[in-house]
Design a protein. Structure first.
Length: 98
């Protein structure tokens, strides 16, 4: 029991570190998507990613790091889709669905 209490502060910190890594990657992908013109070429994916990143920041500010990391992960996935659409056209997404 005493060992678990000693580890508690470190476990709390891990969530913040994990979120930080996820958020950095997602933010970079969102910025890359914006640079490639995703606002007009892949608006659904781009704005979905952006909204999830904003929600991730809100969750992290409240100390809900696992939820924040999930939102950041979703943001990174949709930003990656936006990047793919910008680079390969909207047909790339349709090919994956088949």
């Amino acid at each position: 029991m005493r060992k678990a209490l000693l580890l508690l502060p470190f476990l709390n910190g891990c969530g913040g570190v994990y979120f930080g890594l996820e958020a950095t990657g997602a933010s970079s992908r969102i910025e890359e998507a914006r640079t490639l013109g995703a606002e007009s070429l892949a608006p659904y994916e781009y704005y979905y990613a952006k909204a999830h990143m904003e929600q991730a920041s809100i969750e992290a500010a409240q100390g809900h790091y696992s939820d924040a990391a999930l939102y950041a992960d979703t943001a990174a996935d949709y930003a990656a889709e936006a990047i793919d659409i910008c680079r390969n056209g909207p047909q790339s997404k349709k090919k994956e669905e088949k």
